[in-house]
Design a protein around this ligand. Structure first.
Ligand SMILES: *Cc1c(COP(=O)(O)O)cnc(C)c1O
Length: 382
């Protein structure tokens, strides 16, 4: 069933299959059957729409959501009244009241944040739950091992903040054989012994898919929910979620030797048929996906679109609102009947577009802009 309400007022559209997200979430759960499966819905649910994704997963049974900012937490709360919503960063004296109002659980990363939360709870006479983040090798956020062990030994301080979750984040899980994975697990196991009886969480998507026994009590998948690669080079069993398409604006005949786009970087090697389509970097198509003439081109394979059953090369530079493809090899009669070209989706993996652009699927998905119209599908289980 589709609730396709597209008004066709945009020339680029992102179709998000919410049913596929729910199926991916359940499938991830089967990889860590002893853990609860949470969901990372930060960065607008990786560009897919925070409210739509959070509501879908809450409906599917997800009880633990992870967001990056309190603002995202407040948005998630509106569609997931009873869920536990963990905010990964940024507790301050000033925003602490908003956490309490919306019932958000701050993930505390250092002693200063612990102090802020303890004080806030004292002031309101209301001991609200929090989570503790330990740095076991990511080198980004969290208490280091000695700070954590000190805390474990101080009952009064621990009681003042009532942690309901301890967590750490993997630095190299996208490479399952990397020695950092075992190193971080050992460090996390030591820390867990210091905090008995508190729910523990270590695994992101790659930690779930690439490692056994990294599940602990709660997992925090993000990218795999959205059907992109968690482990380098494979999407594993995850279903495709997102399709990015651009409307065909014009089809033109051009002669050998003419140039295409800004900078005249692409010189036609033959008489050609070129189509200009309505998606550019203003919609989230990376400019670094540009065809030849851009420096990155030497290092990465070129971006392609998919139209009339074929892949066609992106040529020239990506503009703000449009880009061009060489469609010389597509029969004109077929092209004339076609409205949209796929930039990623069932035929082109988002990670392939990312590789062609010198980046990763995460960045392409989270880079999808508001101007690109979102269309939501709710495909049934099957
Ligand atoms: C983003 C994030 C996740 C989800 O990671 P994926 O690789 O997208 O599965 C989990 N935990 C933390 C702390 C994060 O920042």
């Amino acid at each position: 069933m589709s609730n396709n309400t597209s008004a066709f007022l945009s020339t680029a559209r992102l179709t998000v299959d919410l049913g596929a997200i729910a199926r991916n979430w359940k499938l991830l759960g089967s990889f860590a059957p002893n853990a609860a499966t949470g969901a990372a819905v930060k960065a607008n649910a990786y560009g897919m729409g925070l409210e739509q994704v959070t509501a879908t997963l809450a409906q599917a049974g997800c009880r633990h959501f992870f967001v990056a900012t309190p603002g995202e937490g407040i948005r998630a709360r509106k569609v997931a009244a009873n869920a536990e919503i963990f905010v990964l960063g940024g507790l301050t004296e000033r925003n602490a009241p908003h956490y309490q109002e919306a019932g958000l659980i701050p993930v505390l990363n250092d002693p200063g944040e612990m102090e802020i939360w303890a004080r806030r709870c004292r002031q309101t006479g209301n001991r609200k739950p929090c989570a503790l983040h330990f740095d076991t090798g990511m080198g980004r956020l969290g208490l280091d091992e000695s700070q954590a062990m000190e805390l474990a030994a101080e009952n009064a301080r621990l009681n003042s903040i009532s942690p309901v979750l301890i967590m750490s984040h993997l630095a190299c899980a996208d490479d399952p054989k990397h020695p950092m994975n075992a190193h971080q697990k050992q460090a996390f196991d030591r820390l867990c012994q210091g905090f008995p009886g508190i729910m523990a969480s270590l695994a992101n998507s790659a930690g779930i898919l690439g490692q056994e026994s990294f599940g602990y009590d709660l997992t925090r998948p993000g990218i795999a929910l959205y059907g992109a690669e968690a482990i380098d080079g494979t999407v594993g069993p995850m279903g495709t979620v997102a399709k990015f398409e651009a409307r065909i604006l014009q089809v033109r005949h051009a002669r050998k030797g003419e140039t295409v786009g800004y900078g005249a970087t692409h010189v036609l090697a033959r008489d050609s048929v070129i189509t200009t389509v309505g998606a550019g970097y203003g919609d989230g198509l990376p400019r670094s996906a540009s065809g030849d003439g851009v420096a990155l081109r030497a290092q990465f394979p070129g971006a392609v679109g998919h139209v009339c059953g074929r892949d066609v090369p992106l040529i020239g530079r990506v503009s703000m609102d449009s880009c061009m493809f060489d469609v010389t090899d597509i029969p004109l009669a077929q092209l004339e009947k076609t409205e949209w070209i796929e930039l990623f989706g069932d035929n082109i993996a988002v990670d392939d577009l990312a590789r062609a652009s010198g980046t990763i699927g995460y960045e392409v998905l989270t880079g999808m802009r508001d101007r690109c119209e979102r269309v939501y599908l709710e495909t049934m289980e099957g």
